[in-house]
Design a protein around this ligand. Structure first.
Ligand SMILES: [Zn+2]
Length: 386
C-alpha cells in the first residue's frame, strides 16, 4: 500500500481520501498508520557514556493545552533516552521545568529560539521551549519545531489533539472506538518523541535525509524508526562539539562533503557553507576561546557590534532611569527578576555604559551559557568611554 508511507508526509493531507470505502479497507489502513517502534540501528556502537541536562520552558498556551505538562515532559525525556542511550550513549536528565513568556510571542519559532536564552538556567546543556500548537494537523517538522545548529536551543509545539483525532476519525469512521483510541495514542506518542528527537538532532548538527524511515526526514512519518547511520556519525561529532567543547567543525564539513548521498542536497550544501564560514571565524580567535564558543550563540565573533561612543546615563527617559534603579536594587537578591525588569533597556540603550554593564554582569550572575554571556557583554566591549 503506497499511501501508508506517504501517510503523514504530505502536509495536512496525511490521510488518503481513497481509504475508508469499506470497513476491511479501513482496518488495513489502520494497520499501516500504526507507528514504527523507535530503535537504534543494529550495530550502533556506544562509545563514551555521557549524561547531559535539559531544561523545559513552557509558554502559558502550551501549559493550557497539555494536561500535566511537567509529567509529560519527564515522560518525553525517558522515552528519548530509550533512543539516545543505545544509539549515542547519551542520557538526558531533566534539569527542571518552568513557565516562560517569550519576549516576541510564540507565533514564529525563529523568534522563540532567539528569546530562549532568557529562560536558560545555570549549567544546563540544553533548553527546550514548549510552545502552543498549530491550528491544523501538520507534518512538516519545521512548522512543528526548530533546533538551532550547534546550540543548546530547541523549540517544539504542542500536538493539536482535537485536530489529530478528528482527522483520524474522518479517515477511519467504522473502526471501533477502542482500536481508534489506541491507534491515536500510539501515533501521538510516536510523533511527539520523533519531533523532539528531530529538533534535538539539529542542535547537534544533523542535516535532513531523503529516506522516509529516518527521524531526519524533513517531514514526520509513522514509518520513522530511528536515526540513520550517517546521522549518527554527525550526532557523535556534535556531542564532542557541544559537550566536550571539541573543535570538530572541519571534520564534520569533510564528512558532509564526502558523503553526499542520502542527504537533502540543498540542506547539505547550506551546512557545508555554514561550517566553512564558522571555521574561518574560529581561525580569527584564540584557540582557547574558539573551542568554548558555539556558532549559534556567537554573533559577537562573526558579527561584532561596531565600536560606538558612549552616551550619558541621563540621556535615558525618567521612566527608564527608574527601571534601571529598581533593577539595581533587586539585583543582589534576585538577578533573575532584575534581568527581566531591565531586559527592555538592553537593546533600547546600546550606548549607555551603565545599562550595558548591568546587562553583562547579570548575564554572568545568571550563569548563562559562556557564549551567551559573551554575546550579552559584546555591546559593553564595543563602548568607547570619553
Ligand atoms: Zn528538520
Amino acid at each position: 500500500l503506497l499511501v501508508a508511507s506517504a501517510g503523514w508526509s504530505s502536509g495536512c493531507l496525511f490521510y488518503d481520501s481513497r481509504w475508508g470505502e469499506s470497513t476491511a479497507e479501513q482496518k488495513h489502513a489502520a494497520a499501516h498508520l500504526r507507528p514504527a517502534a523507535l530503535d537504534a540501528p543494529r550495530g550502533a556502537t556506544t562509545a563514551e557514556r555521557r549524561t547531559a541536562s535539559i531544561r523545559a520552558c513552557a509558554t502559558r498556551a502550551y501549559a493550557a493545552e497539555t494536561l500535566a505538562w511537567q509529567e509529560r515532559f519527564d515522560e518525553l525525556i525517558r522515552n528519548a533516552n530509550g533512543v539516545l542511550e543505545p544509539a549515542l550513549g547519551l542520557t538526558l536528565r531533566n534539569a527542571g521545568t518552568t513557565s516562560w513568556t517569550p519576549e516576541h510571542g510564540e507565533g514564529g519559532l525563529s523568534e522563540v529560539i532567539a528569546d530562549l536564552p532568557s529562560c536558560e538556567g545555570a549549567d544546563t546543556d540544553w533548553v527546550v521551549a514548549l510552545v502552543q500548537s498549530t491550528p491544523k494537523v501538520v507534518a512538516d517538522f519545521h512548522v512543528l519545531g526548530r533546533g538551532q545548529t550547534y546550540s543548546p536551543y530547541l523549540a517544539v509545539r504542542a500536538p493539536n489533539d482535537p485536530a489529530e483525532l478528528e482527522a483520524l476519525t474522518r479517515a477511519l469512521p467504522d473502526l471501533d472506538e477502542a482500536t481508534r483510541q489506541k491507534l491515536y495514542s500510539d501515533r501521538k506518542r510516536h510523533k511527539t518523541l520523533t519531533l523532539f528527537l528531530h529538533e534535538f538532532a539539529h542542535t547537534l548538527g544533523a542535516v535532513h535525509r531523503t529516506a522516509k524511515d529516518t527521524i531526519m526526514s524533513p517531514s514526520y512519518g509513522a514509518a520513522e524508526r530511528g536515526y540513520d547511520v550517517e546521522t549518527l556519525t554527525l550526532l557523535r561529532e556534535g556531542l564532542d562539539i557541544r559537550l566536550s567543547r571539541a573543535n570538530r567543525y572541519a571534520e564534520v564539513r569533510k564528512y558532509l562533503e564526502d558523503h553526499a548521498a542520502g542527504f537533502v542536497e540543498s540542506d547539505r550544501q547550506e551546512q557545508v557553507q555554514f561550517l566553512a564560514r564558522w571555521e574561518q571565524a574560529l581561525s580569527r580567535v584564540s584557540p582557547s576561546q574558539g573551542t568554548l564558543v558555539e556558532p549559534a550563540a556567537a554573533k559577537s565573533i562573526t558579527d561584532p557590534p561596531k565600536p560606538v561612543e558612549a552616551v550619558p546615563f541621563e540621556s535615558m527617559s525618567k521612566e527608564d532611569r527608574q527601571t534601571f534603579d529598581e533593577a539595581i536594587k533587586i539585583e543582589p537578591t534576585s538577578p533573575r527578576e532584575a534581568w527581566e525588569l531591565a531586559l527592555p533597556l538592553f537593546e533600547a540603550h546600546p550606548a549607555v555604559h551603565e545599562v550595558q554593564e548591568l546587562r553583562c554582569r547579570l548575564a554572568k550572575e545568571r550563569k548563562f551559557y559562556p557564549a551567551v554571556i559573551e554575546a550579552h557583554c559584546a555591546r559593553l566591549g564595543a563602548l568607547q568611554q570619553q
